[in-house]
Design a protein around this ligand. Sequence first.
Ligand code: ADP
Length: 272
Amino acid sequence: MRARGAAGSQRTLSLQIVSFGDEEHLLLSQDVTGAARVEAMRRDFVANVSHELRTPLTVLAGFLETIQDLKLDASRVRDYVGMMAPQAERMKRLIDDLLTLSSLEHAPPPVAERIALRPLLQRVRAEADGLSGNKHRISLEAAGEYDLLGAESEIASAFVNLVSNAVRYTPAGGEIRLRWNSRDAGAEFSVEDTGIGIDPEHLPRLSERFYRVDRGRSRETGGTGLGLSIVKHALARHQATLAIESTPGRGSRFTVRFPAARLSRARQKVGG
Ligand code: ADP
């Protein structure tokens, strides 16, 4: 049964009538709103994953059938195989992201190993350069005297996902700025782009799994719709937060904030 709560929110109640004695009944009411929401999310997730996998699989099956049924010369078969490869790649990316998400959800809290920021930032920048293929101006500024305490692979995955989005949603010729700054009170990593931007109405839902502003553009550029969910989970495990500011047509800034408890004095200077 659905009912309206005091604040006007929809609640789901489970009602049970138990008869006992002579003509006596007991009415049991239980608020199952939370359980119903989790079940709806699970159903949506399974439907989304199935849909995301089915599309490339259908294309692959179509090509295989064509190759089997038609007598094609070797060069034509090579063309078809060439067209099949990106579909297989897309399925692989999706499964890799699903496994990353699942391990972030189930793994014990990350150990507080020291993450040397200088090499990490350089790796993230190199990744950005590789993804951009010289189509963007990319800069990195780093300042402050602290390294991070946490799981390096998770932090790297969060930073690389943000950088990959900046490259994918910024047209050629645009600018991408990576900034790291650490102080006694906490640290910040931000990725700013001069890309397509995001309409404010989408901002609150952006890190939901499979939520995309423009499905076509996300897919064309190799997106799975899971990048920001991975970022959000990896950061939450480090008590860090993600803030998004954006102006459609002008660009976006994604800022990660780490609390002081996650910092440790750097052995090597980070800035400069
Ligand atoms: P995707 O694989 O689709 O990029 P994400 O979870 O990483 O999935 O991002 C969700 C959506 O947020 C994207 O589909 C895109 O619409 C939007 N988005 C993310 N980063 C940016 C950005 N830097 N500029 C514009 N839109 C972005």
